[in-house]
Design a binder for this molecule. Sequence first.
Ligand code: SAH
Length: 587
Amino acid sequence: MTKKAPVVVVLGDNSVPVARQIINVLPGARLYGLANRTEYVDVTFTNFGETLRDLFAGGTPIIGICAAGILIRTLAPMLSDKRQEPPVLAVAEDGSAVVPLLGGLNGVNDLARCIAEALGVKPAITTTGDVRFGIVLENPPTGYCLANPEQAKSFMSDLLAGATVRINGTAPWLSNSGLPIDPNGDLTIHITERAITPLPNCLVYHPATVAIAILGTAECEDEAVVVKQILADAELATASVAGVFGMITASAHPEIHALAKAFGVPVRLFTATDIEGLLSENYTPAQAAALKAAGASGQLIYSPSPHLALAISPQPIDPSTIGQPRGRLAIIGTGPGGSQWMSPEVKEILLSATDLVGYKTYLDLVGNLGNGKRRHESDNREEEARAMMALDLAAEGRSVAVVSSGDPGIYAMAAAIFEVLDRYDQPEWSSIDIQVAPGISAMQAAAAAIGAPLGHDFCAISLSDILKPWSIIEQRITAAAQGDFVIAFYNPVSKERIWQLAQARDILLRWRSPHTPVVLARNLGRPGQTVKVITLDQLVPEAADMRTVILVGSTQTKTIQRGDGGVWVYTPRRYTENLPIERNCQI
Ligand code: SAH
């Protein structure tokens, strides 16, 4: 299973100091806290059971600062396949006990050791094999894959009953363990890239020693089939494939990613300079890339296809140290305020990003999710420079998140990035994996806070005349008024731009009643949120600022008195009146 960053779950603020000590040693870990009982957490939840079961089902390691029994009872209905279980641990509120509960095959004991060390205590490891030999046979370190996990349990039972083991091949983590190693052992562990059928009393580990390089476009539909045939011809195990390697200039080609997906391994990319030495030795570009990945003692494996090459290394290949990953640029919207309005996709992107680019206020809104990342703060107006910097960072292989508040496609960075991409068209940017992740826009949050004012046709107009002339804005307000759209005004007023809102109101008053409901929503989702309902004739520039979004009703928009003295605002979905005619003309 892919390794996810752990979640530390607390039920009260008392547990937060210990939780923070744990989070400090676990990169990317997040703090979940029970609503109304915890204040300084990354994510709040109301239903403990559901939250825990969702995390567990999604394979997220869980560290509960609570009684072991609570975790056991909550997760009991979910326990069916121990191979799929993420690590689950209970930690005492004062940090005095660290108890691994589940996920033995996915590293719970190692996690327990790491947490216990941070807290200065001894972990309560109870797995006999781990205690006796310091090893979990089913959970080899990165770079090795157990070919026959179904035999690991009886293998370990035999060892615990006194059997000895012969090691065939090289794997320091096994030879340096506490296993009862004996050249004439009753049991055998093979470490080999060969595709062998394990005998009884034998465990086989495949080291990740094979590099696949693919260059240019595919000659056939499915490259994975070709590679599997090459491996079969060479009697090599598919589990020994360490990574798929290619040139950065061709990194957008889907074949390379499809191949990596088929083998469940990462893609790593080279620049022309990385392989120029090998090219001068008369290797083809594909061979040069494969040999570069396999290291100085690497050897080529026969491949019939010129754009494909495979090489084998004497030691496991660690792809994370070779070449660079494909750069990623995610243009994300965090929603208007706190993390409760941030999509799970955006949270995942923030966790995996290496670099955050954005206006300081927006980066601050990301809170703890931004910990441990390079921050590239900028002024809110330097959009083009910010977009270029983000693209350049991603082209270097970094995983960049460009952070906007609300939705990134609504008066925010997404369009700015595509504009720069289009205008400057740098070849190195073509390798970047670009993704836009949506967020809740201010107008949606404002609408939700007051009822359903956007229930029928609506439009959004920015009142900022920095990037477009006022004459166009005027024209659009008039057209929107004539069309009887509900209007969301973004950027209504700033320190330097005051008169525009009053003019917008005057245009609207030509078409709409002075009693038209207007919603002023300020600091949505942030401290000091206010949502007020006034009428169109009361709309003055002093009522708004840059942190306000304004919704102006159509001729159909209505208000309802609420029991608590406030009002709901809604726009019915059925149209009962004709389009408005200019009010001045009616006189
Ligand atoms: N991408 C953002 C909009 C950025 S333009 C979005 O989709 O919401 C900036 C304008 O958005 C502000 O001047 C204000 O009108 C509105 N806005 C953004 N965040 C807001 C918030 N939390 N509360 C009220 N208005 C907000």
